[in-house]
Design a protein around this ligand. Structure first.
Ligand SMILES: C[S@@+](CC[C@H](N)C(=O)[O-])C[C@H]1O[C@@H](n2cnc3c(N)ncnc32)[C@H](O)[C@@H]1O
Length: 270
């Protein structure tokens, strides 16, 4: 295991770094495999650094990036060093079609855009095309080599599987720990950013997720889920242990909505 504790290598909406001190006492004392169906920036995974894990997310650019960091970090580092933080260059890279690229250039494009785009957001239009404008940062750190090496070490024991969260049911066994951090149920119609991918996470998805939570519970996994404090979420998880934690909303374009909000942590163990 690397001496340096890895940090999330990408900026990601809903990142859990700032909540870790409150989440730490809520993780289980011990478990076999770690499974994270909405891994995003991976704040919890990189914090726990479990020796064996299965990570999922339906953002293919993100998961290709993790696969390349795990298996091909050296050529990725070489490719990353060629990028320039310039407006025209940025739009030329943004215009590339990732589906046509080899995995290493594709991962390099992904990290470059994440570090130089406005707000570091990953947002796509209905066609799935990345559409965030140039961020005009003075000196963005595109290549943090030391952290990427620590991330690579943490990923060595991880399977990385793109696609829908429900795939977790094919991998989870009794005694495993599953941490679920889905796109949150909005507290009001416009409150939250929910489009990491071309299709938003709907109320039906929240219900489908609660079904997966219950199936994992029946299978004797330890399951922990983060979500917003809404009537629907409280109703879907009635009967389970529900804790309140206090979060700062970092990514919100309206400053008055950046104050502390209560979020829920739901567990089938205590
Ligand atoms: C709240 S973020 C997770 C944040 C993460 N815990 C972190 O610390 O950065 C939710 C993630 O769910 C992913 N996602 C959205 N819909 C999904 C689906 N149906 N199946 C799997 N992943 C999905 C998004 O791509 C996003 O990365």
């Amino acid at each position: 295991m690397a001496a340096v504790r890895p940090r999330p290598p990408v900026k990601w909406a809903g990142g859990k770094s700032q909540l870790l001190p409150q989440l730490d006492p809520l993780f289980p004392a011990g478990f076999n495999l770690y499974l994270e169906p909405f891994v995003g920036g991976g704040a919890v995974f990189f914090h726990l650094r479990p020796p064996a894990a299965v990570l999922f997310d339906n953002n293919r650019e993100l998961l290709n990036f993790y696969q390349v960091v795990r298996d091909n970090l050296e050529p990725l580092l070489v490719d990353l060093k060629r990028h320039r933080n310039e407006r025209e260059y940025y739009y030329a890279i943004r215009a590339q079609d990732p589906e046509e690229m080899d995995p290493i250039s594709r991962a390099s494009r992904f990290l470059y855009l994440n570090k130089t785009a406005y707000n570091g957001l990953w947002r796509v239009n209905r066609l799935g095309q990345y559409n965030v404008p140039f961020g005009r940062y003075k000196n963005p750190r595109i290549v943090d080599e030391e952290n990427l090496r620590a991330v690579q070490a943490a990923l060595q024991g991880a399977r990385i599987i793109p696609g829908d969260f429900s795939q977790v049911l094919q991998y989870a066994r009794p005694g495993d720990f599953v941490y679920l951090d889905p796109p949150y149920q909005p507290v009001s119609a416009t409150a939250y950013f929910t489009s990491y991918t071309a299709t938003a996470f709907s109320e039906e998805d929240q219900e489908r997720l609660a079904g997966v939570f219950r199936a994992l519970d029946r299978r004797q996994c330890q399951v922990m889920l983060s979500n917003s404090d809404t009537d629907l979420i409280r109703k879907l998880y009635r009967g389970y242990d529900i804790q309140e934690v206090s979060a700062r909303r970092a990514i919100n374009c309206r400053p008055e909505r950046r104050g502390p909000v209560t979020e829920l942590v739901i567990r089938n163990y205590s």
